[in-house]
Design a protein around this ligand. Structure first.
Ligand code: SD4
Length: 306
């Protein structure tokens, strides 16, 4: 059965990721398989300019992908700066399950993926190439606070907030086990070779069955600086609710860089081992999608405090 199972994902397109994850969880599947399925949905989605094959490239016009996956027993895998592979999250899982390592990057990650049977696929869309050519006219790296896109899930939103960004997904299965995944094309127009928080365990994702799980979206440098997802989990360990933990981690980000914090978005999403969920963001506009098998709408979008 699926009782007690639940999945949450960052941003409004998390609705689609949750639905994919729920196909696994609702059938009694485990949290790890569920978050991988959810992340794969986002990677293949052609509407999100910050994940997978619709992602915006770096400043040299190259699309490079970062992803991680982790379960509550501390097993984890990640890839960074991976090119031309459709499903980085599944390569991350293969790193976890088939190598003695936790993280592979760049050429080495791609070489490993090809050896595992993943296919080389050019992923840059015409739309993303066009956006890059536009960007080249000014070549200014100036991340916007939230990335607004087509409002596909508008009917489920409080107000008219519809932002898309990195997918962070957290799940608990009927057996009470936690898992999480994070997948992204990173910050648009980043320097070639730049790695964000999403593939870094403890920064963009952290999971511990003793406590709970956390994931992040926004400008990854701030998450790395603060070991942020680990921080959120440790705050829950000390007794904070998921929302309190996310809020306190945001306060830490602000304390560290008050000036920069005015211009950057940072968002945290957390779930504790009882399946309680909370979120908090530096600036308004962060929504997350939650799905469980209970009565009422199966998928609800929630606006995080800021
Ligand atoms: C990164 N956190 O690469 C990711 C991307 C993201 O706003 O969430 N973009 O820094």
């Amino acid at each position: 059965g699926s009782s007690g199972a639940r999945v949450v994902s960052t941003w409004d397109f998390g609705v689609g990721a949750n639905a994919a994850a729920w196909k696994v969880l609702g059938a009694g599947g485990n949290a790890l398989d569920a978050v991988e399925a959810g992340a794969r949905w986002a990677e293949a989605d052609l509407c999100n300019p910050t994940v997978g094959r619709c992602g915006n490239p770096d400043r040299d016009g190259v699309l490079t992908l970062d992803a991680s996956i982790m379960d509550g027993d501390g097993r984890c895998g990640a890839v960074a700066a991976l090119e031309d592979i459709l499903h980085p999250v599944s390569v991350a899982r293969a790193v976890m399950e088939k190598t003695p390592h936790v993280m592979l990057v760049g050429q080495g990650a791609q070489q490993f993926a090809l050896a595992q049977g993943f296919e080389k696929t050019p992923l840059l869309t015409d739309e993303a190439r066009q956006a890059w050519r536009e960007w080249l006219k000014t070549s200014k790296y100036d991340p916007r606070i939230n990335v607004e896109r087509e409002q596909r899930f508008k009917d489920q939103l409080p107000g008219d907030k519809s932002n898309h960004d990195t997918l962070g997904i957290l799940a608990i299965d009927a057996g009470g086990k936690l898992a999480g995944a994070c997948t992204t094309s990173g910050m648009a127009w980043k320097m070639h070779g730049r790695v964000g928080d999403s593939p870094i365990v403890g920064a963009g994702l952290y999971v511990d069955n003793e406590v709970g799980a956390a994931t992040a979206s926004g400008v990854g440098e701030e998450m790395i600086r603060n070991a942020a997802s680990f921080l959120v989990v440790e705050l829950m360990r000390q007794g904070r609710s998921p929302e309190e933990a996310c809020r306190e981690a945001i306060e830490r980000v602000v304390r560290k860089r008050p000036e920069a914090s005015k211009r950057l978005q940072v968002c945290f999403l957390a779930m504790n081992k009882s399946g309680e969920v909370g979120a908090f963001a530096l600036h308004e506009g962060f929504v997350y999608a939650a799905h469980d098998g209970g009565a009422g709408p199966h998928d609800t979008l929630h606006e995080a405090g800021a």
